[in-house]
Design a protein around this ligand. Structure first.
Ligand code: NAD
Ligand code: MG
Length: 398
C-alpha cells in the first residue's frame, strides 16, 4: 500500500494522478492534497476522494474551503500556508509524493520529500532546474527514489537499462545519445513576422497536449524543451553532448535512447500524462492507466526535424545556461516564470519573454549558487530584476 501526498492536486497533472489512483483503491491511499487558491477545485477533490488533509497556500482560501467542507459534512482537515505543504510532503505516514506544483514554489516541499526518503514522482521540473544537484544530493542521502513523470524523461528512463536507472553511468551501458523529442508547439510553422502578435490564448492552445497555462506557454516558446534538457542532464548525469533535441510534431514517440551498437529504443504512446504517471506510481510493475494503446494504422506518419534557434531563442538560452552551470539555470528558471506570468497577464509581448530572459542571464548568469540559501537569494534577485523590466516596459507602452 502506498500513501500519497499530491502537491498541486487541482492542476492538470494532479487531476490525472487522481484519475489513475482511483482505479486501485487497494494499492493507493490519499493522505493529503494541496492547491494554491482554487477552493472549488480542491473541494471537489475532497468530496470525491476524501483525503485526510487538504492544504491551501492562501489563508483566505483555506477558510473558505473549511466552511464548504463543514457545510457538506466532510471530515478532511484543512491546513493553510507554505509550511503546511512542506509538512504534508514530509509526513511520516506518507510513502509517495507527487510533485506537481508549477514553478519554483514546488521546491521546498519537493526537497522535504527528498530529505525524508519518499518515493518522489517528479512532474515539477522547475524545482530540479532551480536547485540541480542540491535536490539530487538530498535524494541520494536519504535513500529516496526520484522517478520522472515528465513524459520525455519517463520515456528515457523506460528505455534505459536497470543499472542506469539505479545510477550507473550512461557510458557503462553503451548509451551514445539521449534523443529528447518535442512537438515544437503551436508555432512550429507560423510565419516569423507574425510572432509579435501572438496572444496568450494562441500560445496556450497546444496541438497535442492539454496542460496548465505556464507549461503551455513554455511549449510554445520551446523553453519547455530547454528546461527539459537541463532536467535530463541532471536526472541521467549526462554531458551536454550526450543529449540532442529533436522535433517530432506528432508527439507519439516521447523520447529515445541511442546505443553504441546502432540500436535506438523509443518509448511511444498516446499524448496522455496518465501513462508516465501510472509508470512512476507502479514502477517496476505495470498498472492500467486508462490510456488506450496506440493504433498504428491510425498514426499517419512520424516526422522529425532539427529545432530552429531563430524561431525558438528561449531554447538556445536554456542550452547555453545548461552549459554555463547551476547559477545560470536558477536565473533562467526564475526569469522565465516572471516573464511568462507577465505575458499571460498581457503586460509583455510573446517576443519579450526571450528578451527578458536573455537580459537576466547576462546580468546574473555567472553567479554561483550551491547552497539552498544561495539558490533562493539568486532566484529572488532574478525575479525582482525581471519584474522591474516588466514594469519599465509597461510604463513605456502606456
Ligand atoms: P497547472 O497549472 O495545471 O497546476 C498547477 C498546480 O500547482 C495547481 O494545483 C495549483 O494550485 C498549484 N500551485 C500553483 N502555484 C502554486 C504556489 N505558488 N504554491 C503552491 N501551489 C501552487 O500545472 P500542470 O500543467 O499540472 O503542471 C504542473 C507541473 O508539472 C509543472 O511543473 C509542469 O511543468 C509539469 N508538467 C506538466 C505536464 C502536463 O501535461 N500538464 C507535463 C509534464 C510536466
Ligand atoms: Mg515534457
Amino acid at each position: 500500500m502506498q500513501t500519497l501526498t499530491i502537491l498541486g492536486a487541482t492542476g492538470s497533472i494532479g487531476l490525472s494522478t487522481l484519475n489513475v489512483i482511483a482505479r486501485y483503491p487497494e494499492r493507493f491511499s490519499l493522505h493529503a492534497v494541496t492547491a494554491n487558491n482554487n477552493v472549488d477545485g480542491l473541494f471537489d477533490i475532497c468530496a470525491q476522494y476524501q483525503p485526510s488533509y487538504a492544504v491551501m497556500v492562501d489563508e483566505e482560501s483555506a477558510e473558505q474551503l473549511q466552511s464548504k467542507l463543514s457545510a457538506a459534512g466532510l471530515g478532511t482537515k484543512v491546513l493553510a500556508g507554505e509550511q503546511a505543504l512542506i509538512d504534508m510532503a514530509g509526513a511520516p505516514e506518507v510513502t509517495t509524493v507527487m510533485a506537481a506544483i508549477v514553478g519554483g514554489a514546488g521546491l521546498l516541499p519537493t526537497l522535504k520529500a527528498a530529505e525524508t526518503g519518499k518515493r518522489i514522482l517528479l512532474a515539477n521540473k522547475e524545482a530540479l532546474v532551480m536547485s540541480g544537484d542540491l535536490l539530487l544530493r538530498a535524494v541520494k542521502q536519504s535513500g529516496a527514489m526520484l522517478l520522472p513523470v515528465d513524459s520525455e524523461h519517463n520515456a528515457i528512463f523506460q528505455a534505459l537499462p536497470e543499472t542506469v536507472q539505479k545510477g550507473a553511468e550512461l557510458k557503462s551501458a553503451g548509451v551514445e545519445k539521449i534523443l529528447l523529442t518535442g512537438s515544437g508547439g503551436p508555432f512550429l510553422t507560423k510565419n516569423l513576422n507574425e510572432f509579435a502578435q501572438i496572444t496568450p490564448e494562441m500560445a496556450v492552445a497546444h496541438p497535442n497536449w492539454s496542460m496548465g497555462a505556464k507549461i503551455s506557454v513554455d511549449s510554445a516558446t520551446m523553453m519547455n524543451k530547454g528546461l527539459e534538457f537541463i532536467e535530463a542532464r541532471l536526472l541521467f548525469n549526462a554531458s551536454f553532448e550526450q543529449i540532442e533535441v529533436l522535433i517530432h510534431p506528432q508527439s507519439i514517440i516521447h523520447s529515445m535512447v541511442s546505443y553504441s551498437d546502432g540500436s535506438v529504443l523509443a518509448q511511444m504512446g498516446q499524448p496522455d500524462m496518465r501513462t508516465p504517471i501510472a509508470h512512476t506510481l507502479s514502477y517496476p510493475d505495470r498498472i492500467k492507466s486508462g490510456v488506450a494503446p496506440l493504433d498504428f494504422t491510425k498514426v499517419a506518419s512520424f516526422t522529425f526535424c532539427q529545432p530552429d534557434f531563430q524561431r525558438f531563442p528561449n531554447l538556445k538560452l536554456a542550452l547555453d545556461a545548461s552549459r554555463q552551470g547551476q547559477g545560470a539555470t536558477t536565473v533562467l528558471n526564475a526569469s522565465n516564470e516572471i516573464a511568462v506570468a507577465s505575458f499571460l497577464k498581457g503586460q509583455i509581448s510573446f517576443l519579450d519573454i526571450a528578451k527578458f530572459n536573455e537580459k537576466a542571464l547576462i546580468r546574473y548568469g555567472t553567479t554561483r549558487a550551491s547552497t539552498l540559501a544561495d539558490i533562493i537569494a539568486l532566484d529572488q534577485e532574478s525575479r525582482q530584476f525581471v519584474s522591474s523590466l516588466v514594469a519599465a516596459n509597461e510604463s513605456v507602452s502606456s
